[in-house]
Ligand binder design. Structure first.
Ligand code: URA
Length: 422
């Protein structure tokens, strides 16, 4: 078999055989980046059937080893988002679940396209490592009940490679590629209970509710077939979920929520995600109010290498620029994609595979959709580190629409997909 034949088959829109998919993933790193990119693009354009997507997931899962969490019984939990803007829910859901007696074992990803990644956020904390060996992962879980690590050369290496390549070849927004990437990581991490946050809308990779529901059903289907207890929430990502977008700034936001200093939509979505993992609303509120969730987060940070006092001195950008309302009215819209682009252009995300990111870069929104804004009032602040990037304020300003009428309130949580819905 030749990789060019597999590329050509998918380019013609054929359904790939299990052998072709296995051949690709087994030989992934022996093929050139341009060949892998060509096949990824053919998949984006021509799609994959459920069988192909399941086979791709299994091949990616088998590209490395899996964690056996069975010694912890039925209380192991994991959570994954398909990629959002200002979406630090993992930093809240995992510590709350751990504080409520669950074993929170998560394999995360880096920022992809315009969206943020939990690994990049965590690594903005001085000393924190996410490239944990399996032994370290288990030692940390034994000690703290919570660990968040990245794909490694032993855990889902195929996703590690493809994820970085997709990020820079415009091949992220594809249902089979997202499903196989997410589910191979989730199955490799081995948790019994998994909740998926499938984002939909402008700031998500999938823009329509229909596509996002399809993705949710495919992922729940793949997980359920191998005996995992998987469910998904489809949530709106037209506007950023939190008022902070970036890396260190999203950690700061999570700290405020975990300390009980702030609430908002991110609190509600985190609560709903926890509920899907068996942590009811009362237990969620108590874990925050008692400081137990914050203590779990702190212990995980320390166990993953965080230096003493690191949470009190997160990186801060040298410069900032604030954009103001040009007219009075209601905030009718905050375009998540435009906000994310401003942060990415300022160095808060990657444009090329392996690019370093500037953890201190980010944006803070001072108003949310539905708020009243008076002319001259601050709408958002961009924090940046490179002189000249103040020009990106125009992009940030462009994310806001002000209207005379108060916009209708939308619910963030659109629907829940369980095994029974398939
Ligand atoms: N998150 C992942 O892990 N993979 C994707 O492809 C998109 C979001």
């Amino acid at each position: 078999m030749r990789i060019t034949d597999v590329i050509a088959a998918k380019r013609r829109g054929e359904e790939l055989t299990d052998e072709q998919i296995g051949f690709w993933i087994d030989g992934l790193e022996s093929f050139a980046d341009y060949q892998n990119s060509a096949l990824l693009m053919a998949i984006v354009i021509n799609g994959m059937s459920f069988r192909e997507t399941s086979t791709l997931t299994r091949a990616m899962l088998q590209s490395g080893s899996s964690l056996d969490l069975s010694r912890y019984g039925d209380v192991t939990v994991d959570k994954h988002s398909t990629g959002g803007v200002g979406d630090g829910t993992s930093l809240i859901v995992m510590p709350v679940a751990a504080a409520c007696g669950k074993i929170a074992a998560k394999l995360s990803g880096r920022g992809l396209g315009h969206t943020g990644g939990t690994l990049d956020k965590l690594e903005s904390v001085d000393g924190v490592r996410t490239d944990l060996s399996q032994r370290e992962f288990f030692d940390i879980i034994d000690k703290t009940g919570i660990a968040i690590a990245g794909q490694t050369d032993s855990l889902c290496p195929a996703d590690k490679y493809l994820y970085a390549l997709r990020d820079v070849t415009a091949t992220v927004d594809s249902i089979p590629l997202i499903a196989s990437s997410v589910m191979s990581k989730k199955l490799a991490a081995g948790a019994r209970n998994i909740v998926l946050d499938v984002k939909t809308g402008r700031g998500a990779f999938l823009k329509t509710r229909e596509e996002s529901e399809t993705l949710a059903k495919i992922m729940v289907g793949i997980g359920s077939r191998v005996g995992s207890n998987v469910s998904a929430l489809v949530t709106d990502m037209d506007s950023p979920l939190e008022n902070c977008i970036g890396n260190a700034i999203e950690v700061q936001c999570a700290l405020r929520i975990l300390r009980g200093e702030e609430r908002g939509e991110v609190y509600d979505v985190s609560k709903a995600l926890c509920a899907a993992l068996g942590v009811d609303g009362g237990a969620f509120d108590r874990a925050i109010a008692s400081g137990a969730a914050y203590a779990k987060f702190e212990s995980m940070i320390a166990a993953q290498g965080g230096k003493p006092g690191c949470l009190d001195r997160l990186p801060v950008a040298k410069y900032s620029v604030t954009v103001e309302a040009r007219e009075s009215g209601y905030v009718a819209d905050v375009d998540a994609l435009k906000v994310a682009r401003a942060v990415l252009e300022a160095g808060g995300g990657r444009k090329r595979k392996g690019d370093p990111i500037l953890p201190e870069v980010g944006a803070r929104l001072h108003v949310a959709v539905g708020d009243r804004a008076e002319r001259g009032m601050p709408l958002a602040t961009l924090y940046f580190s490179r002189p000249g990037d103040e020009e990106l304020a125009a992009l940030l300003a462009d994310a806001f629409s002000i209207a005379a009428q108060e916009p209708p309130r939308k619910s963030r949580i659109i629907c829940k997909i369980d095994k029974e819905d398939l």
